[in-house]
Design a protein around this ligand. Structure first.
Ligand code: NAD
Length: 336
């Protein structure tokens, strides 16, 4: 089966491409613009594999998209601007890629007769689930808090509208926060790990009591394959670990301090991010009914992730920002 993966040099996209190619029955074209978040060498082991093709290009450019998508039966759409903090400073870039780019890809898929379009979304579109025990289902209202999640919600709605307007075979997935090897060290878990390795302060927003339902990246990818193979056109599928008990960000950081053997005094509480959602929680029973479930506990996944970063300093060190401490003025001009 010929598949187009957008954003295949990103964190999740590279794991998905690797999983598809390991299965043997997929040919993969990876369309990626190679933004700062990309790893151009993420799939280097496949560069001479005839089942893999890399196209450097922007999902907002029609000719490029048509060229990359030609002959593909399936699209996994992952290309996105994905970091909430950046979206608070540069919302327009997020709208361009996450909304305009999604609309263009859907239109191209319609014209080329793509059999199934899997649109990869996020739990952040549901906003904060502040009542303990409350879990968003696929029919819960969309209440995004950041320009990132608002742009992703718009992409989801465009995908669902393509199904209703044109009968396109579209499946929308919404996954909780991912972690694992090869995640850019700007996100909480890899940033914490590498700072702990280097004895650099670990910033935690606010009181650190935010709840995220962390899912190991490969478990997200197996859920995307389930959505491809068993999902119903026009449907949304939540993908979540459903940790019980729930973990706060502080719990995650404390576990990483323990696993790295670092000094707990490195943890610093810093000014919270504007609009920071308190708790994400989803029910994932709909995709579990299709036979999917996560393979790793959070403890196991974190241990694996720490081991990977320990063994792959060459990968993460060049990706670190020059300034390692959190600037005092980070939200200047953003907070009211
Ligand atoms: P990432 O930032 O690591 O990778 C994004 C990739 O998209 C990069 O390789 C980048 O070069 C590429 N890209 C960006 N703009 C592009 C453009 N205009 N044209 C072509 N390529 C472009 O992101 P990720 O964490 O791997 O997330 C992938 C997808 O999964 C995103 O759609 C994100 O919203 C969604 N998602 C992520 C998480 C998470 O925790 N990381 C959770 C749920 C859903």
């Amino acid at each position: 089966m010929k598949v187009l993966v957008t954003g295949g040099c990103g964190f999740i996209g590279s794991h998905l491409c690797r999983m598809l190619l390991a299965r043997g029955d997929f040919e993969v074209t990876n369309l990626d613009a190679l933004t700062y978040a990309a790893d151009p060498l993420a799939l280097a082991e496949f560069h001479s594999d005839s089942r893999y093709r890399f196209v450097k290009g922007d999902i907002c450019e029609w000719e490029t998209v048509i060229e990359a998508m030609q002959g593909c039966e399936v699209v996994f759409h992952l290309a996105a601007e994905s970091f909430v903090d950046r979206s608070l400073h540069r919302a327009a870039e997020f709208v361009r890629t996450n909304v305009d780019g999604t609309a263009l890809l859907l239109e191209a898929a319609r014209q080329l007769g793509v059999r199934r379009f899997v649109h990869v979304g996020t739990d952040e579109v549901y906003g904060s689930q502040d009542d303990p025990g409350e879990k968003a289902t696929e029919t819960s209202s969309l209440e995004p808090s950041s320009p990132y999640s608002a742009s992703k919600a718009a992409g989801d709605l465009l995908a669902l509208a393509a199904h209703r307007s044109y009968g396109q075979d579209v499946v929308v997935t919404r996954c909780s926060n991912n972690y694992g090897p090869r995640q850019f060290p700007e996100k909480l878990i890899p940033l914490t790990i590498v700072n702990l390795f280097d004895g650099v302060e670990v910033p935690i927003y606010g009181d650190g009591r935010q709840v995220r339902d962390w899912l190991f990246v490969e478990d997200h990818c197996t859920a995307l394959l389930t959505a491809l193979e068993k999902g119903k056109a026009g449907e949304v599928y939540n993908i979540a670990a459903e940790q019980d008990p729930e973990w706060t960000n502080l719990d995650v950081v404390k576990a990483l301090v323990r696993m790295t053997g670092a000094n707990a005094n490195l943890v610093r509480f810093v000014e919270d991010r504007p609009g920071h959602d308190r708790r994400y929680a989803m029910s994932s029973s709909k995709i579990r009914e299709l036979g999917w479930s996560p393979s790793l506990s959070l403890e196991e996944g974190l241990e694996r992730t720490v081991s990977w970063y320990k063994a792959n300093e060459d990968w993460w060190r060049p990706r670190l920002p020059k300034e390692r401490s959190v600037p005092q003025h980070k939200w200047a001009g953003v907070h009211k």
